[in-house]
Design a protein around this ligand. Structure first.
Ligand SMILES: *Cc1c(COP(=O)(O)O)cnc(C)c1O
Length: 250
């Protein structure tokens, strides 16, 4: 075979490079925890980043995305489905009941089922649309007043009620530990709670702590800034405040 002193291949985009690095770290953490690397799904959190960034990630082989606002997700994702049928959209942010219908229409998974009123709204939306996304119950493991999630003391009864109502659509649990604490005890608590209820999925860990989450059993890690770069500092309501954001690894 002859080789040509051809042009260099185009250099990969920053998103492609960051995704490869995160995937490598996921594989390494899974292995060192004695877990299969494919037991961990990377949810690429694209909130506040344009659709073009999502497309770049799709081209780099990423299929699962997380958005925390329904309106933003509705603007960015449905039009991509035809070209990218394997794409999966997770709604990961606190969900207002008046957004439940739209969320049920566009999402493959809703990770933020956290209160009875939202369960009611999702049930009505499922009746209306004939469709029910997979669901995770979000637990406020730090019992923080400003954070969404069912409080610890109500978690058992709420999970039980959701499973009675939605059956196998309830796939697991999600949490966002307090920003100023060691996340590992929160991850372990969530893993124990999932096991108690026989639930398979655990969405926990973000840019700053996904490796600790994998060590504690995460099946889904939600990584945003380490893939897409920093978000605008004035994040809209409901967003993780900038202080919580991790710097992308260089
Ligand atoms: C923004 C967000 C993330 C991703 O946060 P990074 O620190 O950028 O990785 C994960 N989970 C939820 C619920 C979020 O809102």
């Amino acid at each position: 075979m002859t080789t040509h002193p051809a042009a260099h291949p185009p250099s990969p985009s920053p998103i492609t490079t960051a995704l490869a690095a995160i995937r490598a770290r996921i594989v390494a953490s899974a292995r060192s925890a004695g877990r299969a690397p494919d037991a961990v799904t990377l949810v690429a959190v694209s909130k506040f980043h344009p659709q073009s960034s999502v497309v770049e990630a799709l081209r780099a082989g990423q299929t699962v995305f997380g958005e925390n606002r329904v309106q933003e997700a509705a603007e960015k994702f449905p039009s991509l489905r035809q070209d990218w049928p394997a794409m999966r959209l997770h709604i990961i942010g606190g969900l207002q009941t008046n957004k439940a219908l739209e969320a049920v229409r566009i999402a493959d998974m809703i990770e933020s089922l956290d209160r009875p009123a939202l369960a009611d709204a999702l049930a009505r939306a499922a009746d209306r649309t004939g469709r029910l996304p997979d669901l995770l119950v979000q637990v406020n493991t730090g019992d923080e007043s400003q954070k969404s999630g069912i409080p610890r003391a109500q978690a058992d009864s709420f999970i039980t009620a959701c499973r009675q109502r939605f059956g196998h659509a309830v796939r697991g649990l999600m949490c966002i530990p307090p920003a100023d604490e060691d996340p590992t005890p929160h991850f372990r608590y969530l893993a124990d709670l999932a096991q108690t209820h026989g639930l398979a999925l655990l969405s926990m860990g973000m840019s700053a702590d996904f490796e600790a989450a994998i060590a504690a059993g995460a099946t889904h890690v939600r990584v945003g800034s380490a893939i897409f770069g920093h978000r605008p500092a004035s994040a809209p309501n409901g967003a993780i405040p900038p202080a919580r954001l991790a710097a992308p690894e260089s």
